[in-house]
Design a protein around this ligand. Structure first.
Ligand code: FAD
Length: 308
């Protein structure tokens, strides 16, 4: 995030002119991440519509204040010293879901569990594999979130984005390319909404698929502790190597640093045993990278983003 020139109560006033009380100054980011880790950010701003978003982005840009979008904060690690600049949360019109036949138009701020519930209500099949992923639709598109077999990109027909130049652009399927936990079409754009293509299905079948998926997660993931899902991407499709398997074989499962621990249940998760600091988690991340590289000659790539 770009450093801003100076902190200024005038800027706070100007932000308030646009979003009223929906700005918090020096807000602890740990309150907004699933890791429950992260120091203060200068401004945390809840934005409820496109005009507000435009106003805030222009204001921040004019004042050389960096900004990022935060969804559910379920794929980020924010350092203890916090962030300078602004974090924007999309709410209001970005939380809408519209169902038209087998198409669902869904705002970027909608949590995936809310989207899945809506699809169940309408007997629409296709989003079940996303159950148990605690992100927003926007965050899921950025990460092309999913499982080994399916990812959200498979369902997407269109994505509406707010570009850095303030223009809104509707991208169609042929312009959208997704990869393993990544997309290749976003630059510094903000996702506003998307259109998903689903299929009519049997409500009970859909519910039982969701239940199965959630049960599998409870069995295999350390869900009773704060975490950010898988820390590393799986290194190779060919030999089916998993990051978790390599970390386990390197003998690192269960290792602790402060209140952070490499999960004893799933070695690609680091858990916060209440009170972990980002630096403890980073220590474990670096240890994993070093040891796995030393033992197997494999450089693990991060799935989570580290923000500072
Ligand atoms: C228990 C657990 C299980 C998980 N399981 C899975 C899994 O099975 N599969 C999987 O893929 N992931 C999984 N994750 C990781 C995570 O939930 C996903 O990556 C999710 O899609 C992140 O969404 P988010 O809203 O939390 O994004 P955030 O973590 O808030 O942000 C992630 C990135 O997206 C950007 N972003 C968010 N919204 C927007 C927007 N509207 N426009 C532009 N950029 C935006 C942020 O700036 C950031 O770069 C898991 C996490 C947890 C904690």
């Amino acid at each position: 995030m770009a450093r801003k020139q100076k902190k200024n109560s005038d800027i706070e006033k100007e932000i308030k002119k646009i979003v009223g009380k929906r700005v918090k100054v020096n807000e602890l980011v740990k309150k907004h991440t699933t890791f429950r880790v992260g120091g203060p950010v200068d401004y945390l701003i809840k934005v409820t519509g496109v005009e507000e978003l435009r106003g805030i982005v222009c204001l921040l840009d004019r004042n050389n204040i960096g900004c990022k979008i935060i969804g559910m904060g379920s794929n980020i690690l924010v350092k203890d010293k916090g962030l300078s600049g602004a974090l924007l949360k999309l709410e209001g019109t970005f939380d809408r879901i519209q169902v038209i036949g087998e198409k669902v138009i869904v705002g970027a701020g909608v949590p995936l569990p809310v989207l899945i519930k809506k699809c169940v209500d309408y007997g629409l099949q296709g989003t079940e594999f996303l159950s148990g992923i605690p992100g927003t639709v926007g965050g899921a598109i950025v990460m092309n979130a999913g499982t080994g077999k399916q990812a959200i990109g498979d369902l997407i027909e269109e994505v509406e984005i707010f570009q850095q130049n303030g223009k809104i652009n509707l991208l169609h399927k042929k312009e959208l390319t997704f990869g393993y936990r990544k997309n290749n079409f976003l630059k510094k754009d903000i996702i506003l909404k998307t259109k998903l293509s689903l299929k009519k299905g049997n409500k009970n079948d859909i519910l039982s698929m969701i239940k199965n998926n959630l049960q599998k997660r409870v069995q295999t993931q350390p869900l009773n502790f704060s975490n950010a899902g898988c820390i590393f991407k799986n290194p190779g499709k060919k030999n089916r190597l998993t990051a978790g398997g390599l970390i386990e074989r390197a003998g690192l499962k269960g290792i602790k640093k402060g209140k952070a621990q490499i999960s004893t249940k799933h070695a690609n998760f680091i858990v916060n045993l209440k009170g972990a600091q980002a630096r403890d988690i980073l220590f474990l991340i670096n240890k994993i990278k070093r040891e796995v590289n030393k033992m197997f000659g494999i450089k693990l790539r991060m799935e989570i983003e580290v923000w500072e």
